[in-house]
Design a protein around this ligand. Structure first.
Ligand SMILES: Nc1ncnc2c1ncn2[C@@H]1O[C@H](COP(=O)(O)OP(=O)(O)OP(=O)(O)O)[C@@H](O)[C@H]1O
Ligand SMILES: [Mg+2]
Length: 518
């Protein structure tokens, strides 16, 4: 292992002696040997140093004060003290100032090399760990923070919906929703959860957060969404400081593909950390001047506190055509990008889902479509998934159209068949009536009697259209064919039937029938 060292000694002669000894091992690269505290601090700022060796008489600062400053400003650099006497008082002071090793003066090769090597090895290990953590944080899931411009604008409603959309878009996607509105968070209420475990259980173990501890604190929602809740008692929210928030967010980000954080509308330490770490922040506003001003205030506050400047999108919730503030005005007034998606105002649409804690009860409609559009614009739903949904919808549409067309065709066929049955039945009725009339004619009855006999054999619906024509040896009955519903409408088609009779035969055979449709 090789390491880089900076020396601080009060005079040049001592410096060159120390450099020569240090370099004898072949593992140590001496970057410089300087004679003041100021030069040491400058050297540490400009170069990558593993260990800094300070002579006890290096001025102008007391050397332990300098050691403390180095430990605070450069926590991954090891400080080695070179001192004449290793008294208990000196060792205690050195320890308290963050010194990692003490070498006795005058310098000996062995002592110097062993102490500096072990201090430098420690520094390199710390740096490796820090770098690994940073890389881990960068590589893993996408974090989206949702903030309310002010209270009650719908931030939680939107955060919950976005997380659900992201989860249901793909069964295999790991999605986590974090409620960082630590005092007033209401994800628990909005999803009707009774889970008691929360981020408060992670405070003690934040430094060394294991997968198991994290898993135990997350609530598993039936869709597969994981949820980290705020402490059930709001006052415990103050334990979640920036450090805890960073550790927890880092651990969750490394285990999930998408992380949605509801940061509420107050800039707490945890909320600020989430807004800073997030890849994108959505500020929810309503279309009114007070909320737009609040959105600008929040964005300016983030900038002043150096929490965040870019990657902020403003979304308008409860948009309405009747509102005085329309998208154009929002775009002109707000100091950030205004997202294309807007969610219309419709309390009724959300009512059932909100009151029952069952988001699935949000019916298909403008609000749902607005939320899905927002998820797509924020790339929580991949275009592919959206396209698939679109295709599904269009497929569903064409299936519906085909079904309607088929039903119409079937209906027309049934009606035509029914009409044919009515025509056939009218012919049967006409034949029957003609036969009855012919019977009367056979016994020499008058025309009225013949007509009465024929009419008596007909159902009332056919009676009005009957025309009877008695001949010398036969009777003809003509009936109009009803249209669909007998008794209401008539077709222009007439059916006629003729029945003949033999007057001289007392026991007449059934009369011969002839007929046609005209
Ligand atoms: N588009 C909308 N149309 C009508 N009502 C809405 C809409 N969006 C949200 N709401 C309603 O507004 C109320 C407040 O919503 P929500 O709790 O999400 O706001 P919030 O910004 O998280 O509030 P808080 O500051 O309390 O955290 C809820 O009753 C919700 O149903
Ligand atoms: Mg809320």
């Amino acid at each position: 292992m090789t390491y880089r060292v900076l020396f601080g000694l009060p005079d040049a002669a001592q410096a060159s002696e120390a450099v020569a000894l240090a370099e004898e091992s072949g593992e140590c690269t001496v970057l410089d040997a300087v004679t003041t505290a100021g030069a040491i601090l400058e050297g540490l700022t400009d170069r990558q140093v593993d260990a800094v060796c300070l002579h006890e008489r290096l001025g102008p600062l007391p050397v332990l004060d300098l050691a403390r400053e180095i430990a605070t400003r450069f926590p991954d650099i090891a400080v080695v003290l070179m001192a004449r006497e290793q008294s208990q008082g000196l060792l205690r002071g050195a320890l308290q100032s963050g010194v990692r090793g003490v070498v006795t003066l005058p310098l000996s090769l062995e002592d110097l090399q062993a102490t500096v090597a072990s201090a430098a090895a420690w520094a390199q290990a710390v740096r490796a760990r820090l770098t690994a953590e940073d890389t881990e944080d960068q590589l893993e899931g996408r974090v989206l923070a949702v903030a309310g411009a002010k209270g009650g604008v719908g931030a939680t409603t939107i955060a919950v919906r976005l997380a659900l959309e992201a989860q249901t878009a793909s069964r295999h996607r790991r999605v986590c929703l974090i409620d960082f509105d630590l005092q007033a968070g209401d994800v628990r209420g909005l999803l009707d959860l009774t889970h008691r475990r929360s981020i408060a259980d992670l405070v003690e173990v934040a430094e060394e957060l294991t997968a198991r501890q994290l898993d135990e604190s997350l609530y598993l929602y039936p869709t597969g969404l994981r949820i980290l809740l705020p402490p059930p008692d709001g006052e415990h929210g103050e334990y979640i400081n920036g450090y805890v928030a960073r550790r927890v967010l880092g651990a969750i980000r490394s285990r999930f593909d998408v992380v949605v954080v509801d940061v509420g509308s107050y800039v707490t330490e945890a909320a600020a950390m989430a807004a800073e770490i997030a890849d994108q922040v959505v500020v929810v506003t309503t279309p009114d001047v007070a909320a737009l001003r609040a959105a600008n205030r929040l964005i300016a506050l983030w900038e002043r506190l150096q929490i965040r400047k870019d990657g902020i999108g403003v979304v308008v919730n409860r948009a309405s055509k009747d509102s005085e503030v329309q998208a154009d005005l929002v775009r002109r007034v707000v100091d950030a990008t205004v997202l294309k998606a807007a969610i219309p105002a419709d309390f009724r649409a959300l009512e059932a889902a909100t009151n029952t804690g069952k988001p699935a009860r949000l019916a298909d409609g403008p609000v749902r479509r607005g939320l899905t559009g927002l998820a797509a614009e924020l790339h929580l739903i991949a275009p592919r998934e959206r396209a698939r949904r679109g295709r599904w919808r269009s497929q569903r549409g064409s299936v519906a159209a085909e079904t309607m067309g088929l039903a119409f065709t079937i209906g027309v066929v049934v009606l035509l068949l029914w009409q044919a049955v009515l025509a056939g039945f009218t012919f049967v009725l006409a034949s029957h009536a003609a036969r009855e009339g012919a019977r009367e004619l056979a016994v020499g009855a008058a025309t009225e009697q013949i007509e009465a006999a024929a009419a008596a054999s007909l159902p009332p619906a056919w009676l009005d259209s009957m025309r009877l024509d008695p001949g010398s040896a036969d009777v003809t009955v003509q009936l109009a064919v009803p249209l669909i519903v007998p008794g209401r409408f008539l077709t222009p088609i007439d059916v006629s039937a003729r029945a003949g009779t033999v007057v001289e035969q007392a026991n007449a055979r059934p009369p011969a029938i002839a007929g046609g449709i005209g």
